[in-house]
Write a protein that binds this ligand. Structure first.
Ligand code: SAM
Ligand code: SF4
Length: 346
């Protein structure tokens, strides 16, 4: 019999479970503590819960955390963790230490439907949604979990194509009963799915990052098919409808592609487009993937581009390229494992 996982449930949901099993309400708080504040992995380890309750829980639920199946460590300290996601499927989480900042980049789906030209996860196609528990397990089950200061939903998949699980995982990530990470330290990256983005802007206080990559709509259409459904102008107009507040951050991600989106024309159009949007731009070096003619802009061009945007009054940062020696492009490691698993099947 397939048992539902308890890990990944909100405190309210745990209360429902507890009441349905005829247990006292306070048991819910105890269970949440063991799920989200400790590193135990079985009901038996819940030592302040009676044996009877533990076996009742074990009879109805699985605990729901699982260790990574593989880890690759880069010379710069970045680690890529690989998790199974059922039936020969794999997802990745990247741990990126940087001085006092410890960032975990989590996946929200197995593969992705969006088909961006430059993305290895996109090339895998869509294989499934992750549950809130599977998203949070990427944090819960790695040795560095207690160090983590920042969580970014920038791994495999489009978070706003799996909105319910992403919102639920965020609740648990930021709640006092959960992992208690500040909303200011959590960022969700999206290709710009407008209806889900609205829900997120209304209901969550976490930061938003939008993958922009070119200010010109025809160019963006070629890089990112989603442009046909939710054009950039609608994405930006939607963001402008909301009062972003003092602490919340909206940023635009911009991968630098040589000879494609790295000219003065692009700087000028970006400045025009983002003129009235309280935001910043985060430049990203393109991590090459097999089967695409796209290349990364050269270093001098990237630095000039950054300077030119800053000169126009747009706060522009350049993301450090990390983990280059361990399949830095998100989706590469899991693709390798997927191909290996498929070969073993034959
Ligand atoms: C993998 S996506 C996941 C989040 C969401 N689906 C999105 O596109 O924003 C996170 C970021 O990685 C970027 N990205 C994808 N492939 C890349 C590559 N080969 N090199 C550098 N960045 C890449 C995306 O454009 C996006 O800004
Ligand atoms: S960049 Fe994001 S939206 Fe595009 S295919 Fe990759 S994961 Fe999906």
């Amino acid at each position: 019999m397939h048992k539902e996982a308890l890990f990944g449930k909100t405190l309210d949901e745990i209360r429902q479970v507890v009441l349905s099993l005829g247990l006292p309400a306070y048991t819910a708080t105890q269970i949440a503590y063991w799920l989200y504040k400790t590193d135990i992995t079985t009901f038996d380890d819940m030592t302040n819960v009676s044996k009877k309750v533990r076996s009742l829980l074990a009879g109805h639920f699985e605990f729901g955390v699982k260790a990574p199946v593989k880890v690759n460590e880069s010379a710069d300290g970045t680690k890529k963790y690989l998790f199974t996601a059922g039936n020969g499927k794999f997802i990745e989480a990247a741990y990126i230490p940087d001085g006092k900042r410890h960032t975990l980049c989590v996946s929200s789906q197995v593969g992705c439907k969006m088909g961006c030209l430059f993305c290895m996860t996109g090339k895998q196609g869509f294989q499934g949604h992750l549950s809130a528990g599977e998203i949070l397990n990427q944090l819960r089950s790695i040795p560095e979990r207690k160090l983590m200061t920042n969580i970014v939903y920038m791994g495999m998949g489009e978070p706003f194509d799996n909105l319910d699980a992403v919102m639920q995982s965020q609740e648990i990530l930021t709640a006092e009963y959960g992992f208690a990470i500040s909303v200011r330290k959590v960022t969700v990256s999206t290709i710009g799915i407008v209806p889900a983005m609205r829900v997120f802007l209304e209901k969550s206080k976490c930061n938003l990052a939008v993958s922009l990559h070119t200010p010109f709509e025809d160019e963006r259409r070629r890089l990112m098919p989603i442009q046909n459904v939710y054009p950039l102008r609608d994405v930006i107009a939607t963001i402008q409808e909301y009062d972003i507040g003092r602490y919340r951050r909206v940023s635009f991600e911009y991968i630098m592609f040589k000879g494609v989106n790295d000219t003065r024309r692009h700087v000028n159009e970006l400045a025009r487009l983002l003129n009235k949007v309280k935001s910043r731009i985060n430049l990203i070096r393109f991590h090459p993937i097999p089967g695409t003619p796209l290349m990364c802009s050269d270093e001098a061009t990237i630095l000039d581009f950054q300077q030119a945007l800053n000169d126009k009054g747009i706060v522009t940062t350049l993301r450090a390229s990390r983990g280059q020696d361990i399949e830095a492009a998100c989706g590469l490691l899991s693709t390798k494992e997927l191909v290996k698993a498929q070969k073993e099947d034959f």
